[in-house]
Design a protein around this ligand. Structure first.
Ligand code: LR7
Ligand code: MN
Length: 583
């Protein structure tokens, strides 16, 4: 079979990673390692045919079942020898290299090659073998497939549409809605209208100004007539039998939100590639999407097979089906999210915390071209757009855990939060109205293997030079013999880098007066101390004329606590908390 095996690429949110400062880099690596830690509980996936609580089969009476339809109008293509046919790697001769390079930036993949490959090429059926034998109900709901695009490459957009037309049971495909997010390319105007007019099921919606993919999806959903919405990126190829297994899950339970396995269409040679089985969608701080393999022991213990649905803490974002009414019950997407990014986190938290479920359905497979960069322009700064979206999600959904988001490189957002992220009243109201569960519930029940300590370190703060602990009593901070039982010796080092006891935060003051005790306020940068690891300094910023960094130092007699210039070898400047969750 012309299939290359590869491991699934991790979706890179380069932007978010870039902003993680040095101090937090180590931490991110560490969490990465948590992928292999045992998953406490991913509830066992449902069996093939079952009736869920939210099932519609009850209301519709008995219904028959049939084997998944293996429709594929491209099985024996006319042009079997065409470039890239059957999903094979297509080669270009070396004298075409300049041409390839010249056109690369149009889509940040091999556009030159894509244009040579038939728009209705065949691809290998990559489903696990048992999938073809699976039964689905006869009366599945119909779906509207929604593709949003901005300046998408002509040949990949067409290939996406043809793959849906050729491999979806016609009675289940209500329509295909193409939402043009204010593209500038001429061929996406009249030529596209003309081309699509051959297909009565295809409708084109043109947005009058650039809305970004989130509001473009909302515009598509608003005109959709199908019972289920199926969102897809505009550079995909749907595989054989992709649709029925998705609709079956929605049919069984309207609060299930199924996603296909996302396979890889090479950006270089356009070959259709397999990905590893048993992958879950997860996130790491600061809300960066990634894939994580389900541990071997878990698979064995639960007798999971490669075709069982996989419950996912978060979805990748671009490819999923959802009951239309349910989508609106959930309040759809936050329409305040701009252009690209974060909406996958928003909808994932919303689904889980408000009573739904996200699953990957291994019998449904769709190839996607993973690109190194967004091939379109962001109306505003890309980084600022994405971080603003993520901050909106964090503010609405993360409860006390939002400090973990801000603490991983987004401290700067907190100071001017209200100004940056806009109004959230509607989103907060919605969460109340839906009576959604807490983020803590989500972590405990949906993503128990996530590493999410609420503070970076806590306990007593021991000074290496003095061999005593800090004690906060009657408004003064001094030293005492360490005593775990004394609450006045207990402090936290928080994600916002506050060094605090209850509501009291320690802030570096002027050169002369050392430090001050203040009411904690996350928006005040002056309350932030750098503390890199156990037995390192507590570094504060002093702004007198110019900013300096200064280290907290114990006086050798233990009767003073002051700020001084940092000296790496000075033991009186070394501090250790009793317990470090992560640094
Ligand atoms: O302003 C825009 N308007 C648009 O209509 C920006 C984009 N778009 C369209 C675009 O043409 C494309 O069809 O929206 C679609 C998604 O944009 P991509 O392809 O640039 O996104 P991506 O594949 O890099 O990113 C993933 O994360 C996004 C976060 O906002 C979206 O959720 C994408 O749908 C999502 N893609 C996938 O999940 C596919 C698998 C990637 C993985 C893992
Ligand atoms: Mn994409």
């Amino acid at each position: 079979r012309p299939v290359k095996a590869t491991s699934k690429p991790t979706k890179k949110d380069v932007n978010a990673e870039e902003v993680i400062d040095k101090a937090d880099e180590k931490h991110v690596e560490k969490i990465g390692g948590s992928d292999v830690s045992p998953v406490k509980e991913i509830p066992k996936p449902a069996v093939k045919i079952q009736t869920g609580n939210n099932s519609r089969s009850n209301s519709k009476g008995k219904s028959g079942v049939h084997k998944v339809l293996a429709l594929d109008a491209t099985l024996s293509p006319r042009n079997a020898n065409a470039v890239g046919q059957f999903g094979q790697a297509a080669l270009v001769s070396s004298n075409e290299d300049t041409e390839v390079r010249k056109r690369w930036d149009e889509g940040h993949f091999n556009v030159y090659l894509s244009d040579k490959i038939p728009v209705d090429r065949a691809i290998p059926d990559t489903r696990p073998e048992t999938c073809a034998q699976n039964l689905v109900h006869d009366d599945l709901p119909s779906t509207s497939v929604i593709f949003c695009f901005v300046d998408e490459v002509w040949s990949t957009l067409l290939r996406s549409v043809h793959s849906v037309l050729n491999r979806s049971p016609p009675h289940l495909l209500k329509e295909i809605i193409l939402v043009d997010d204010f593209s500038t390319k001429d061929n996406l105007k009249e030529p596209l209208d003309k081309y699509m007019s051959q297909f009565p099921k295809v409708r084109i919606v043109r947005l009058k100004e650039r809305q970004g993919l989130i509001r473009a999806r909302l515009a598509g959903a608003a005109v959709a007539k199908g019972e289920v919405l199926t969102f897809l990126d505009s550079h995909v190829e749907c595989n054989v039998g992709w649709l029925e297994p998705l609709l079956e899950r929605v049919y069984l339970d309207r609060k299930k939100v199924p996603c296909p396995v996302i396979e890889v269409i090479s950006d270089k040679d356009m070959s259709y590639m397999l990905v590893d089985n048993f992958q879950r969608g997860i996130f790491k701080w600061p809300l960066v999407f990634g894939w994580s393999a389900i541990p071997e022991e878990y698979i064995k213990k639960h007798n999971m097979t490669i075709s069982d649905p996989i419950r996912c803490p978060v979805m990748a974002g671009g490819l999923f089906s959802i009951d239309k009414k349910y989508f609106y019950e959930l309040g759809a997407y936050d329409p305040g999210l701009d252009v690209w990014g974060g909406e996958n986190m928003e909808i994932s938290f919303k689904i889980w915390m408000c009573g739904g479920e996200i699953e990957i359905i291994p019998c449904s497979r769709v190839g996607h071209i993973f690109r190194g960069q967004n091939p379109y322009k962001f109306p505003k700064d890309r980084q600022k757009t994405v971080e603003r979206n993520l901050a909106r999600v964090a503010e609405v959904w993360l409860d006390e855990y939002k400090d973990l988001f801000y603490g991983h490189g987004y401290h700067h957002l907190v100071e001017k939060k209200a100004m940056v992220i806009g109004n959230l009243t509607d989103q907060i109201e919605l969460r109340k109205k839906l009576k959604c569960k807490s983020f803590k519930w989500y972590l405990d029940n949906v993503y128990p293997d996530m590493n999410a300590p609420l503070v970076k370190a806590e306990g007593l703060i021991f000074n290496r030079g003095l061999r005593k602990c800090l004690n906060l009593q009657k408004g003064s901070l001094l030293f005492e013999t360490c005593d775990l039982s004394k609450q006045s010796q207990h402090f936290n080092y928080t994600w916002m880098r506050n060094f605090r006891q209850q509501d009291v935060c320690v802030a570096p003051q002027s050169m002369r007066s050392g430090f001050a005790l203040q009411e904690c306020d996350n928006t005040r940068a002056e309350q932030r101390w750098f503390h890199k690891s156990s037995n390192s300094a507590l570094v504060g910023w002093v702004s007198e004329f110019v900013s300096h960094h200064m280290c907290l130092e114990a006086g050798p007699q233990g009767d003073t606590l002051r700020l001084n210039s940092c000296e790496t070898s000075n033991a009186f400047q070394k501090w250790q908390f009793t317990h470090y969750y992560t640094l």
